[in-house]
Design a protein around this ligand. Structure first.
Ligand code: PLP
Length: 449
C-alpha cells in the first residue's frame, strides 16, 4: 500500500499510546520501516540514529539475526503453549530458571506477563493475596514516588505519579500514595547524597505513620525514575529504601522495567548495591522488544504464603492466556545470551564513560542546566536561565521545535515536556555511534537556541 494511504488510514483508525488524539488526526505519524544495529529507516527512506532504544527496550539493537532465528525456530516447533491446567513449555521454564539465577538472591519465583504494566498489576494482586493469606487483610495501602512511572493498568496507574495518567481517570484511588522524588537538580537539599537519602527515608516513615503502620502493604520504586525525567538518585539510596521498608515491616518492590537488562551497567540495577527486594518487576529489555513479555519475580516467603493461602484444590486466581508465551520466552533466552556471552553488557559498561562524558560536555551549552546518567540511561535538563533554573515558557513550544530539529538531523530521543531530554542508547552502540549522537544532538540544541 502507498505510504500516503497508510498515513491516512493511521489518522482515521489507529489509536496511539499516550497521544493527543486530535493532534494525531491532524499531524499523523512517521512510519518506521526497518532497523539495523542502532539505526532506523522510516518509510520515506530517512535514516535515524536511535538514541532511545525504541521505548527504552531494544537494548540489543535492531536486526539481531540470532534472536530472529530463536523466535522462528520456536514458532515452527510450537507457536503457543498454555500454562493453564497442568501444561507448560520448555523455553518458559528455562527462562524462569535463568532469571532466578541472575536476579537478586532474594527472588526465587517468576510469573510471566505481557509487559511492564501487567507485571506491576500482577505484583499488586499478588501482594494483596499475600497479606490476606498471612492474616493481615488491612494492609491495602501502597506507596510510590512522585514522578514515578509504573505503567497504565487500572491500579498501577495510581502508583504512577504523572498527571496525564490521572486526569479524567480518577487516579490515584484511595489506596495509592506518593512521597517526594529524590530529584537532586530541583530539590531544596540539592545534590547532597546523604541529605537526599535521609529525606526519602524520613518521607517514607512519615507516610507510613500517617496511613497507619499496620495498613501499608508495600513501597514501589524505580531504581532510576525513567518516564519522570530520568531522575538518578544518589548511590546508596536504593539500599537505604530497602532497609527502611524492612524496618517498617512493609514489602519492598523494585520496578526494573527500564533499569533492568544492562541499562544501568549490571544486568539489574539492584546488583550495584546488593539490594534484595521482596518483589521485582521487569519487561522491556527482557526480550529487547523483539516480542512482548514482562515478569514479576518474588521471594520464597511471599510465594510460600500465597501457595499456602489457597485452599486445597483451589487455584490462585491470577492468569493470562499469554503468560510465559513460548516464542517470547525463546526470544528472552537468546537476548539474555547476547547480554552475557554476546558481550553486550560488557560493551555497555566499557562505553559508559563516552556516554556520560558526552552528556557532561553539553553542560557548557547555553540551554543545558543539568546532565545526569547512570550506565546508558541519561538526560539533559534544559533551562531558560541556568542560575535560577527557570524553565522555558510553554508558549515557545520548545518540545515541537526540538522534535522537528531532531528528525531533520536524523536523531531519535525522548523529550519529556519542554525541559528534559532522555537518552537510552542500545548496548550495541560503538564509539562512532556515540560520536554521531553527540554531533547531531549539539546541532539540534543549536537549532532551537
Ligand atoms: N514500569 C516502568 C518503570 C516503566 O518504565 C514502564 C514503561 O515504560 C512500565 C512499568 C509499563 O510497562 P509497559 O509499557 O510494558 O506496560
Amino acid at each position: 500500500m502507498q505510504n500516503s494511504s497508510l498515513l491516512e488510514l493511521d489518522r482515521k483508525h489507529l489509536i496511539h499510546p499516550v497521544a493527543n488524539y486530535r493532534d494525531h488526526e491532524k499531524k499523523g505519524v512517521t512510519l518506521l520501516a526497518s532497523g539495523k544495529g542502532a539505526y532506523l529507516t522510516d518509510s520515506n527512506g530517512h535514516e535515524l540514529l536511535d538514541a532511545f532504544s525504541g521505548l527504552w527496550c531494544v537494548n540489543v539493537g535492531y536486526g539481531q539475526q540470532s534472536v530472529v532465528d530463536a523466535a522462528t525456530a520456536q514458532m515452527n516447533r510450537l507457536p503457543y503453549a498454555t500454562g493453564y491446567f497442568g501444561f507448560g513449555s520448555e523455553p518458559a521454564v528455562e527462562l524462569a530458571a535463568k532469571l532466578v539465577e541472575y536476579a537478586p538472591a532474594s527472588l526465587q519465583h517468576v510469573y510471566f506477563t505481557l509487559g511492564g504494566s501487567d507485571a506491576v498489576d500482577s505484583a499488586i494482586r499478588f501482594i494483596t493475596y499475600y497479606y490476606n493469606a498471612i492474616g493481615q487483610p488491612d494492609r491495602k495501602q501502597f506507596i510510590a514516588l512522585s514522578r514515578g512511572y509504573h505503567g497504565s493498568s487500572t491500579i498501577g496507574s495510581g502508583l504512577t505519579a504523572l498527571p496525564v495518567f490521572h486526569k479524567n481517570f480518577n487516579m490515584p484511588g484511595a489506596y495509592q500514595h506518593h512521597i517526594p522524588s529524590p530529584y537532586a537538580y530541583r530539590s531544596d537539599v540539592g545534590h547532597d547524597p546523604a541529605a537526599l537519602i535521609q529525606r526519602s527515608v524520613q518521607s517514607l516513615k512519615d507516610k507510613v505513620a500517617e496511613l497507619g503502620a499496620d495498613k501499608v502493604a508495600a513501597f514501589f520504586c524505580e531504581p532510576i525514575q525513567g518516564s519522570g525525567g530520568v531522575i538518578v538518585p544518589p548511590v546508596g539510596w536504593l539500599k537505604a529504601m530497602q532497609l527502611a521498608c524492612r524496618e517498617l515491616g512493609i514489602l519492598f518492590v523494585v520496578d526494573e522495567v527500564i533499569t533492568g537488562f544492562g541499562r544501568t551497567g549490571p544486568l539489574f540495577a539492584c546488583e550495584a548495591e546488593d539490594v534484595q527486594p521482596d518483589l521485582m518487576t521487569v519487561a522491556k529489555g527482557l526480550t529487547a522488544g523483539y516480542a512482548p513479555m514482562g515478569a514479576v519475580l518474588m521471594s520464597d516467603a511471599v510465594y510460600t504464603a500465597i501457595a499456602d493461602g489457597a485452599a486445597s484444590g483451589t487455584p490462585v486466581g491470577h492468569g493470562h492466556t499469554y503468560s510465559a508465551h513460548p516464542v517470547s520466552a525463546a526470544v528472552g533466552l537468546e537476548v539474555l545470551r547476547l547480554y552475557h556471552e554476546g558481550g553486550l553488557l560488557a560493551n555497555g559498561v566499557a562505553l559508559e564513560p563516552v556516554f556520560s562524558g558526552g552528556l557532561k560536555d553539553l553542560l557548557a551549552h547555553p540551554l543545558v542546566g543539568d546532565a545526569r546518567s547512570r550506565g546508558l540511561l541519561g538526560a539533559l535538563e534544559l533551562v531558560a536561565d541556568k542560575s535560577s533554573k527557570r524553565q522555558f515558557d510553554p508558549s515557545l513550544k520548545l518540545h515541537e521545535r526540538i522534535s522537528t530539529a531532531a528528525y531533520a538531523e536524523g536523531l531519535v530521543f525522548r523529550a519529556f515536556g519542554d525541559n528534559i531530554l532522555g537518552f537510552a542508547p542500545a548496548l550495541c552502540y560503538t564509539a562512532d555511534d556515540f560520536a554521531l549522537l553527540f554531533t547531531r544532538l549539539r546541532k539540534v540544541l543549536d537549532t532551537v537556541l
